[in-house]
Design a binder for this molecule. Structure first.
Ligand SMILES: [Zn+2]
Length: 563
């Protein structure tokens, strides 16, 4: 929903600062010499002030938070666009940058506001002439507003004194919600992805751990199934960005990770020291976005740097991303087109099939690389020497490269071949609702039918012993067997031959490490020794297809006998 739209250029030559135009706004961080970060009201008034400059930008809300706050966006491009159709007609890459998904990790918000302002007010050519930028600076607005002492809300962070909290108002971690989509913020974000189909998604964070020597660390989508945007970001974009950060900004950046000595999550390593990335599962936004066939970049400013440097590093990194996307616009657009069209060929010929990795493991053979380490030393007292630092310790500002194994990527540990379609029983409407939130097309059969297919017999159900985000994550083992399948009227049909075909496979495969099974969507009907409710259809050529119809979001109720 657009709140206001301002699309006219203020004048042909001067930009907003000529004549009687108001001065561009400053962020709260700028106005307080980086002692404070923006509150929600600061972000709102900043965006209002930008809107008043009569520049080519559109402002609006992606949706509401759990507490009912509008989550603002700013769309900037030259010429300006205010809706997806207008953006598409420009034929440019669309870049979606999100700040503040974790409410205490604040510099993305302040850096993004400043960058949008500087780009739109500049009369000189810049990335906005070649891309469409969608900026969502305060995604977790409710978390941001839970201001409290940094020592409580962000224990490892070097200020500012007051920051928001990590979770949203439902106490959900929004960066674990991208598959189950339980938070209204996630649903709003998915609706934006579905409507605008951004070519690039950038998620702005702050680190939590190791004392390394980098102003910022980054990651592409790590999901092995992210064969388009994941690999392109990793192999083409991020090495260039690293080089530009060094040469243009004098900032060292590196692949996101932590030292193994700080990270108990990688116990299998026998190395004395090493550097390891985090996780490949799509509950994390940037991993998820790779499964949509697009480019995603995680940005993590260094939490032990003061706010002014974290803002500068994030500003520089996002600015370089936008410039690089502008330069590589044609390649990136073509990558998106190939990612969307590839699943459409699935099932037409055997060699068109692309296996989809539904489980992953950290790469077993790491690269040996130099990683910058900062020396942290004991002070001999028990004083607090800087915010975020343990008492009795201080940073030295001395960095040294240490050669060590770098575990930077994941490989597939289980691949599945996409069937032409999956079929979901009429009663499993929660699964269908969730798939549709992801933008996946789900059809419905009017009558009973049968087709050659496969059913999965559940051999074991493993539930995590501890609750996570309100769930007991579930893992199935079993086997698929081929047989004629019969389906009642009202069955839901999910073709893999759609642009999000990879995501369809990932979410519906029963053995997926982060699919609908994981988040308990099918719990009511799972039983050891019985069949998993979702079946594969191998032959859509005769029965079924002719009786399938597109069902709308409101026609979810199955026929009464199936309730
Ligand atoms: Zn974070």
């Amino acid at each position: 929903m657009l709140l206001t739209t301002t699309l006219a250029l203020s004048c042909a030559t001067g930009g907003p600062q000529g004549g009687d135009a108001p001065a561009p706004p400053r962020t709260r961080a700028e106005a307080t010499s980086y002692r404070e970060t923006s509150r929600y009201s600061d972000v709102s008034s900043f965006i209002d002030s930008l809107g008043a400059l009569k520049l080519p930008l559109a402002v609006g809300s992606i949706g509401k938070t759990a507490e009912g706050r509008d989550i603002p966006y700013v769309i900037a491009s030259r010429p300006g666009v205010a809706n997806p159709a207008a953006a598409k007609s420009l034929g440019r890459p669309i870049v979606y940058v999100q700040g503040n998904i974790h409410g205490g990790e604040i510099e993305g918000k302040d850096a993004l506001l400043a960058l949008v302002r500087d780009l739109v007010v500049s009369p000189r050519p810049n990335a906005l002439d070649s891309i469409v930028l969608i900026a969502v600076p305060i995604y977790n607005a409710d978390g941001n507003e839970r201001f409290g002492p940094q020592a409580r809300n962000r224990t490892d962070q070097n200020g500012p004194e007051l920051v928001g909290m990590r979770a949203n108002a439902q106490n959900l971690d929004l960066n674990r919600d991208y598959v189950k989509a339980e938070a209204p913020e996630t649903r709003a974000s998915l609706a934006m992805f579905n409507a605008w189909d951004p070519d690039v998604f950038v998620d702005l964070h702050t680190t939590n751990g190791s004392y390394h020597g980098y102003a910022l660390t980054y990651s592409p989508s790590l999901a092995p199934a992210a064969v388009f945007g994941g690999l392109y970001a990793r192999d083409s974009m991020l090495p260039r960005l690293r080089e530009r950060m060094r040469t243009r900004h004098r900032l060292e950046v590196f692949d996101y990770g932590n030292f193994l000595s700080d990270e108990r999550a990688v116990p299998e390593s026998t190395a004395a020291e090493g550097w390891a990335t985090y996780d490949a599962r799509p509950r994390f936004g940037t991993n998820y976005y790779g499964l949509r066939g697009r480019i995603a970049i995680l940005s993590e400013a260094y939490s032990h740097d003061p706010l002014i440097r974290r803002v500068a590093a994030t500003y520089a990194f996002v600015s370089e991303i936008l410039s690089l996307v502008a330069e590589q616009a044609a390649s990136i657009r073509s990558l998106s087109a190939r990612a969307s069209s590839q699943p459409l060929a699935w099932g037409r010929s055997a060699d068109s099939l692309q296996l989809v990795a539904v489980r992953s493991e950290l790469v077993a053979t790491p690269q040996m690389l130099d990683v910058l380490k900062e020396t942290v030393e004991r002070t001999g007292d028990s004083a607090l020497h800087e915010p975020g630092m343990k008492r009795g310790y201080r940073r030295t500002g001395r960095f040294s490269p240490v050669r060590m194994p770098v575990f930077g990527s994941f490989t597939s540990s289980l691949d599945r071949s996409p069937p032409p379609a999956y079929v979901i029983p009429p009663r499993d409407t929660a699964a269908v609702r969730l798939l549709r939130l992801h933008g996946i097309r789900v059809d419905r059969s009017d009558s009973a039918w049968s087709a050659r297919g496969e059913a999965f017999t559940v051999d074991s159900i493993v539930r995590s012993t501890r609750a996570f985000q309100g769930h007991r994550e579930t893992r199935l083992q079993g086997k698929w067997e081929r047989a004629l399948q019969t389906f009642p009227a009202g069955s839901f049909i999910v073709s893999t031959g759609q642009p999000l075909g990879t995501l369809v496979v990932y979410l519906l495969e029963p053995e997926s490490e982060d699919g609908l099974v994981t988040w308990n969507v099918f719990d009511a009907t799972l039983k050891k020794g019985e069949k998993f409710p979702v079946r594969k259809v191998l032959d859509m050529s005769r029965r079924g297809r002719g009786r399938m119809r597109r069902s709308s979001i409101t026609s979810l109720s199955p026929p009464a006998r199936n309730q």
